[in-house]
Design a protein around this ligand. Structure first.
Ligand SMILES: [Zn+2]
Length: 103
């Protein structure tokens, strides 16, 4: 077990996945960790919260900056958003060629 390298989501206990940042502005790290569990309560609540408060179809996932160790919300506009930026994804084993194609 190496929880230091792969921290666990406090909301759903799933291992966080490293992903490449689409926009590194303001961040020192090239990648962050995020919870890509579609059933994560944090993420599920985000849809309801943003829709009822801001009338937007979006949500956010639990995200951790590996350098500062700080958690912050990662805004997503669909269930698949940012998933193609996951590094060394074990998430979607059916597509090993699509690995780091984040741009
Ligand atoms: Zn989670």
């Amino acid at each position: 077990m190496s929880t230091a390298e792969h921290p666990v989501c406090p909301h759903c206990d799933q291992e966080l996945q490293a992903f490449e940042l689409p926009d590194t502005a303001g961040f020192e790290a090239d990648f962050h960790f995020a919870c890509f569990n579609d059933e994560c309560p944090y993420y599920v609540r985000g849809w309801e919260h943003l829709e009822s408060n801001y009338a937007v179809k979006a949500s956010y996932r639990y995200r951790v900056d590996p350098i500062t160790g700080k958690a912050s919300p990662l805004a997503v506009w669909s269930a698949d958003a940012v998933k193609d930026c996951i590094i060394g994804a074990s998430v979607d084993e059916s597509d090993p060629s699509d690995n780091g194609g984040c741009s």
